[in-house]
Ligand binder design. Structure first.
Ligand code: MGD
Ligand code: MGD
Ligand code: SF4
Ligand code: MO
Length: 712
């Protein structure tokens, strides 16, 4: 027996992009996994989820062959040709009869973690010619994109905290100790936080729960869910009122902002959010006094009632304290493949078209996922009658999941590109399962854009793909071309040069597309050079100042006075100061280091140990309702109800309860190895699709009013 080969690869399970060193034996079995010390970005870090990668590879639950629903209503294995043709005919058939927009497409989170998904899925979606496009963006970071577009002229100009050099890091609604960072590729957050401390720097956390990150912070403040806007606007006000604001020369609009935020005093913040006015004043002073500081607001300040206002105020704090674009502040990257500079990613912006039923805004060519169920349910011209999901599980991941579940059951056609049967894909007429994360080449097109250091790493597939398997990009290519054939001659006449170009792109492999991007990127790179770079890839160094050159605004200046936000501020003020019902409970989310959104709940390495699905509540809130620690409760909101165990926790702000998402696999018909026995409920059965951030249409997943009733 020869010794196992030692190979390097990338973990694609989250935004941290850790480099891994993996042993593979001659039979292709994955052995020891460790973090790659030679990786200049991840520096040897890995988290428990990395150990799930071999399990995904060998998972008996993972689909290896396509499934097609037969006349008896059962899913059975089919050949790729049969399944792809059937999928194309179903989708094209609905579009032929009811119009292009009768097909909706939903793209889920793993799309951004796969090279082939990124090069091919958007192209496939464009070829399908529907304007009913949805994705996980609008249950996540849409407010960030809206604000980046308004201030910096491009939805993907998202500055990241320069944690390796900062003196003061303020995290709002973000728990990187569990999530490993988001819109901020910061592998080894725990190590980087320790280095911050040893430099004498400080970490401040604002979160309604004393999270894992709050526990390692120098300062933690509770905040009433949904009321951060009052705190962040008060900080902006205090910075402006100090007379010490120092925006860069290319920044306009501070005066208009000063007038607009005037009512948001620290006392208003205290009344609205529960954060002491003195603490707000002190934090504003600290942000001004620190040699460098970076404020980053994430999920808790994005998927809530005032997501856009929170993200806007956060950017303004960094701009006004002079911390945008300077070492130790928030900075932009200089990626080897610059999808922003090259115009590969569109700048974003609101569309003229709004959603048909509720008139929600469209942004970046997509509609909010919160509108998907009603677009299926509501008859009339433009009703959604077919759905294609690609690497997504909207029944679990989007608000009003139970309603979407029911609406999907009534569709004429459902096609899913996914390697698992789950709450969403169980509705499929055709399931097309791609290869797994260890079987494909990888270069991270998205997260190099958001990383705390400029690096470039290409990873060859660790394992050869299963002979009968297909990559996501091959499925996209085949489905796209089959769909065109299925649409027939009437459409062929409409085939423009543009769609022929799309077809050419579908036929071009991801690595070929990557090579072209590298060669034409100005950095004298190529796939070959990247492959022969050192073991951890290329180290392009710490982040460099990039402004104002990198701005994509027309005049290469930043105008802080965003009309969308300024016009909304009086309403925000009234909202955060409105009387709250006596005894109100607000539901927030949480993530655990060993959960991964709604999947991997059948991975043994991630699910053993103590259950972690319980609703956490403050002991006083439980006592007031006669609920015993460990008992079962019914959680009810305006949108629905669920039943779950409770656990008392002093870590929660009184009046706040917390439930993780991605649980609740016991919906009938789901076939997962351990998931059917895994307890827990789907929090999105109580989150409300009817309540969105009015400025963006983003889902409100945090700060949902709920009631609790004890169950016998
Ligand atoms: N209440 C509440 N809801 C939330 C959140 C929350 O915090 N609270 N978080 C939200 C956030 S941030 C996000 S990003 C969304 C995620 O929402 P989704 O993206 O809809 O859900 P995931 O659970 O990530 O589902 C990923 C699916 O992709 C499949 N998959 C995995 N890898 C691949 C691949 O390489 N190719 C293909 N084709 N399929 C693959 C998996 O089997 C799974 O079915 O959930 C959101 N929902
Ligand atoms: N282990 C693990 N890692 C993951 C994921 C996973 O599922 N598991 N998912 C990945 C994905 S898709 C994403 S987008 C990222 C998300 O990464 P994070 O942004 O870190 O997401 P959460 O852990 O949900 O943290 C949100 C925090 O906001 C707090 N919060 C809730 N409401 C409010 C509020 O109104 N105001 C404030 N200030 N805080 C509030 C919650 O208590 C919670 O601590 O994580 C990624 N990494
Ligand atoms: S933090 Fe964990 S899940 Fe994220 S890339 Fe690193 S090893 Fe993978
Ligand atoms: Mo996400």
């Amino acid at each position: 027996m020869t010794a196992p080969a030692v190979r390097r690869t990338s973990c694609t399970l989250c935004e941290a992009m850790c480099g891994l060193v993996v042993e593979v034996d001659e039979r292709g079995t994955v052995g020891r996994i460790r973090g790659d010390d030679a990786d200049p970005l991840s520096r040897g870090h890995l988290c428990p989820k990395a150990f799930a990668l071999p399990e995904i590879q060998d998972d008996p639950d993972r689909l290896r062959r396509p499934l097609v629903r037969g006349d008896d209503g059962e899913l059975r294995e089919a050949t790729w040709d049969e399944a792809v043709r059937r999928a194309a005919e179903l989708l094209a058939g609905v579009q032929r009869e009811h119009g292009d927009d009768a097909l909706a497409v939903y793209l889920g989170n793993p799309n951004v973690h796969s090279l082939g998904a990124l090069t091919h899925h958007p192209t496939l979606v464009r070829l399908l010619r529907t304007r009913n496009r949805y994705s996980a963006t609008s249950v996540d970071q849409l407010p960030h994109h809206v604000v980046a577009h308004a201030l910096y002229g491009h939805q993907f100009l998202l500055p990241v905290p320069d944690i390796d050099r900062t003196d003061l890091l303020v995290l709002v609604g973000h728990n990187p100790m569990a999530s490993n960072g988001s819109l901020w590729t910061v592998p080894d957050f725990p190590g980087r936080r320790r280095e911050l401390a040893s430099r004498g720097g400080r970490l401040v956390v604002i979160d309604p729960r004393r999270t894992e990150t709050a526990r390692v912070a120098d300062e933690h403040h509770f905040v009433r869910p949904g009321a951060d806007a009052a705190v962040l606007l008060a900080l902006v006000r205090e910075v402006l009122a100090s007379g010490r604001a120092r925006p860069a020369a290319y920044v306009d609009g501070a005066e208009a902002v000063r007038a607009a935020v005037e009512p948001f005093t620290p006392e208003v913040a205290e009344r609205a959010a529960g954060l002491p006015a003195d603490a707000v004043r002190a934090l504003a002073r600290d942000l001004l006094d620190a040699p460098s500081a970076a404020v980053h607001a994430r999920m808790g300040a994005s998927t809530q009632a005032h997501g856009v206002v929170c993200q806007w105020a956060t950017q303004l704090l960094n701009v006004l304290t002079g911390n945008l674009d300077r070492p130790g502040g928030t900075m932009l990257t200089t990626p080897a493949v610059d999808l922003v500079g090259r115009g590969v990613l569109g700048p974003g912006g609101f569309s003229r078209r709004r959603s048909r039923v509720r008139g929600l805004p469209g942004f970046g060519g997509e509609l909010p996922a919160s509108a998907l169920a009603e677009e299926m349910e509501t008859p009339g011209e433009g009703q959604v009658r077919a759905l294609l999901t690609i690497a997504g599980n909207p029944v679990s991941s989007t608000p009003g999941g139970q309603r979407l579940d029911a609406a999907m059951a009534g569709l004429d056609a459902v096609v899913c590109i996914d390697m698992y049967l789950n709450e969403t894909t169980r509705h499929a007429d055709v399931v097309l399962p791609p290869t797994g994360p260890l079987e494909r080449d990888h270069y991270d097109l998205v997260f190099h854009l958001l990383a705390v250091r400029d690096t470039a790493r290409f990873s060859r597939a660790l394992l050869p793909k299963d002979p009968g398997g297909r990559h996501d990009w091959e499925i996209a290519r085949d489905l796209g071309l089959a769909h065109r054939r299925a649409r027939g001659t009437g459409v062929r006449q409409r085939l423009s040069r543009a769609s022929l170009a799309l077809e050419t792109r579908l036929r071009t492999s991801p690595t070929r597309q990557l090579d072209l991007l590298l060669r034409t990127g100005g950095g004298r790179l190529s796939l070959r050079r990247l492959r022969s770079a050192g073991p951890g890839g290329l180290d392009l160094g710490p982040l460099r100042p990039r402004l104002p050159e990198r701005l994509r605004t027309v005049d290469r200046r930043i105008d802080l006075a965003t009309p969308l936000v300024l016009e909304a501020l009086p309403g925000v003020l009234a909202g955060v100061l409105a009387d709250r019902p006596e005894g109100e409970l607000l539901l927030v989310g949480r993530r655990h280091q060993r959960d991964n959104n709604s999947w991997l709940h059948n991975a043994a390495v991630l699910t053993r140990g103590r259950p972690r699905h319980a609703l956490l509540a403050h002991p006083d809130d439980l006592a007031a309702r006669g609920i015993a620690d460990g008992g079962r409760v019914r959680v009810r909101s305006a949108a629905g109800a669920l039943e779950v165990e409770v656990a008392a926790s002093e870590d929660l702000m009184p009046g706040v309860v917390s439930l993780p998402h991605g649980y609740g696999h016991a919906r009938d018909g789901v076939r997962l190895r351990t998931a059917t026995t895994l307890p827990g409920a789907s929090v999105n059965d109580v989150t409300d699709p009817d309540v969105v951030d009015p400025l963006s249409g983003n889902a409100v997943l945090n700060g949902v009013p709920v009631t609790l009733e004890p169950l016998g």
